[in-house]
Design a protein. Structure first.
Length: 374
């Protein structure tokens, strides 16, 4: 992580800001990639542990490419200490970390144990996860997400449940600043190894739980989640993840996500008992919880916190797998189907585009962020 991240982080237990780093081991990153320049922090200089308006501009330029690879991050309000290793801070809630450490021996609620179980599986599968995906499916989903997200240079983006980073890598190549959050440390380490060194200074990796995000309010312009919501095991977790995303988005911020769709094909397969992950909900892949959403159900969940602009189906499944056999025109057919009402019935996934209410802040409002507590 770079010190820039400390201008965003807040304690996930009590939202205390700023957090302070100690015992930092640093290394120098390459200069910013072509066409980019260092970004001055809004409120807090993590390296000097002082309000940013007290720091000379030349120090900000020098700090932008300093990476902290090891250290401890401390909350001055509650005394909690988060470890930082491999450039990735561990901001997991203590109860989730304990459940993951103890595994089957832990005594914890089902939802917490389901999350701990998925963490273990994701860590085990991190090295091979990307090779498991069909390239057509990957491109269809990624294209739909990026079109709805409308990535612009200098956007601040949250990739929630980033995994090994197929969305993160597409975004950071577009001159944005991005926080990639996941509870699987091994997945984040795989992502880190895939990020070109000149882009590391603008890509912040954080091990955390989406239901308790370790960021202060209104930091991000946009947020994205790719196939995450369906794996949150309780209704309370799903609502908390959406609520937390709203909290860390700025006014007028955009939220785009993909989630499993309870399509006509899945309903038919479930009725026949043909495919285990086609049920309304269940477990797959080494006890990973999943839920297939109806479009109306997903809209109802998101509408409690956002203005829902659209919900479309993606990876539309045609008879005899025709979408895969129409090369090189299959993706064009897929994109056309996404624009039709049929897509919410045919798509393997749903992609929702949402907006937080309010007018986006002006540049002056953004630069006048609350001063850190003394």
């Amino acid at each position: 992580m770079t010190y820039r991240l400390l201008d965003w982080l807040a304690c996930p237990r009590n939202s205390c800001f700023p957090l302070k780093i100690t015992a930092a081991i640093e290394r120098q990153l390459p200069a910013c990639s072509a066409g980019t320049s260092p970004i001055r922090c809004d409120a807090y200089c993590g390296r000097r542990q002082a309000p940013v308006d007290e720091i000379p501009a030349e120090e900000c330029l020098a700090c932008a490419t300093v990476e902290v690879v090891e250290g401890e991050i401390r909350c001055e309000c509650c005394g909690a200490i988060s470890t930082l290793t491999d450039g990735i801070p561990d901001m997991l809630p203590p109860e989730l970390a304990a459940a993951a450490r103890l595994g089957a021996a832990a005594s914890a609620p089902r939802g917490l144990m389901d999350k701990a179980s998925e963490m273990a599986v994701r860590d085990q599968q991190a090295a091979s996860y990307d090779s498991r995906r069909n390239p057509f499916d990957r491109e269809a989903e990624l294209g739909a997400l990026l079109r709805s997200l409308d990535v612009r240079p200098r956007d601040r983006i949250l990739d929630g449940g980033a995994g090994t980073g197929f969305v993160t890598l597409a975004c950071v190549a577009r001159n944005v600043e991005l926080a990639a959050v996941d509870f699987s440390r091994e997945s984040l380490k795989m992502l880190r190894s895939a990020i070109p060194l000149p882009l590391l200074s603008q890509t912040h990796l954080v091990q955390a739980d989406l239901t308790r995000l370790p960021f202060r309010d209104g930091i991000f312009d946009k947020a994205v989640q790719a196939q995450v919501l369906e794996h949150l095991p309780t209704a309370e977790d799903r609502d908390a993840a959406v609520s937390e995303t709203k909290r860390v988005l700025t006014r007028g911020g955009r939220f785009v996500l993909s989630a499993y769709n309870f399509s006509l094909w899945k309903k038919r397969s479930a009725a026949r008992g043909e495919v285990h992950f086609a049920q309304r909900e269940g477990y797959h892949g080494g006890r990973i919880y999943y839920r297939n959403f109806e479009a109306a159900e997903l809209r109802a969940l998101l509408s409690q916190h956002f203005q829902v602009r659209s919900i479309r189906g993606v990876i539309n499944e045609l008879p005899e797998d025709l979408q895969y056999r129409l090369r090189p025109f299959g993706l064009l057919v897929e994109r056309g189907l996404q624009m039709t009402p049929l897509s919410v019935h045919l798509g393997r996934l749903l992609v929702a585009s949402c907006r937080r209410e309010g007018q986006p802040p002006t540049p002056n409002e953004r630069s006048s962020s609350p001063r850190p507590a003394a």
